[in-house]
Write a protein that binds this ligand. Sequence first.
Ligand SMILES: Nc1ncnc2c1ncn2[C@@H]1O[C@H](COP(=O)(O)OP(=O)(O)OP(=O)(O)O)[C@@H](O)[C@H]1O
Length: 276
Amino acid sequence: MRRDGRPAAVCEGLVRIHTARSGPVHALRGIDVVIPAGRLTAITGPSGSGKTSLLRILAALDRPTAGSAEVAGHVLDELSARRLRAVRRRHIGYVFARPNANLQPHLTGREHLDLAARYRGTGRAEAREQGDALLDLLGLTHRAGSLPGRLSGGEQQRLAFAQAMVGRPALVVADEPTSELDSATTVELLAGVAELTRSGTTVVMATHDRLAADAADQVVHLRSGTVAHEEVAGRRLAVVDGSGRVQLPEAALQRFPGRRVLIEETADGVLLRDPS
Ligand SMILES: Nc1ncnc2c1ncn2[C@@H]1O[C@H](COP(=O)(O)OP(=O)(O)OP(=O)(O)O)[C@@H](O)[C@H]1O
């Protein structure tokens, strides 16, 4: 949670319909999700389930077709384009999947951090202090003077996280940041990210990688643009949306071939039965 106890981001009934040549594509069909502050949340789900569409809205790079997204207390869908850009600059860090997409070839590690901090309005002395701490935490101190071309893929992604986090944004959004790394490098990067979330940063990361999902405090699993389930503290939770809809796990769904259920309330829960 943030110091004020509020989550870093809250999405309610998010709908995103893309316009493709073949017609409208319903990428998000009513997503309710809460991103707790100071935690690592993984967004998982098969290809095309809506992970990037959700992340782009959380990162203020795109707007929902309907529903609302609040980040750091700002209701993004109500903001003008200028205010949205300002919120993105100040409060949101972004990490792309491809290491070299995150970095400028002519800037050293240190220069990346200085520039990102200035962009977020952080004073020079504070930026230096935070930059040093981030480089140290991510094992990059000896690389501060190097250009990205001299860094390994894993080091480049760690620098990308440092750059996304300097200036203390409310939310760092990362789209499959481990997809181009081998498993040993992935483990190293995740250890660094876990360390950063322990120091108070909130990270939301789309991933296909089980290692990355296992490192998360919360996993939100998407299926066809809806939240299929969440995993928190090792427990798998179904999500009841605002209109009372619950997605059953695949195995449970098999029990209802007619897609109709009898709902029985019992003393300690609710029972679903096949009516046939
Ligand atoms: N700009 C766009 N224009 C048209 N359709 C889009 C656009 N962006 C995404 N889509 C479609 O929306 C759906 C969800 O895509 P999205 O990229 O959000 O899923 P994803 O879970 O991130 O997929 P992947 O794991 O393959 O990256 C897909 O059917 C995709 O083709």
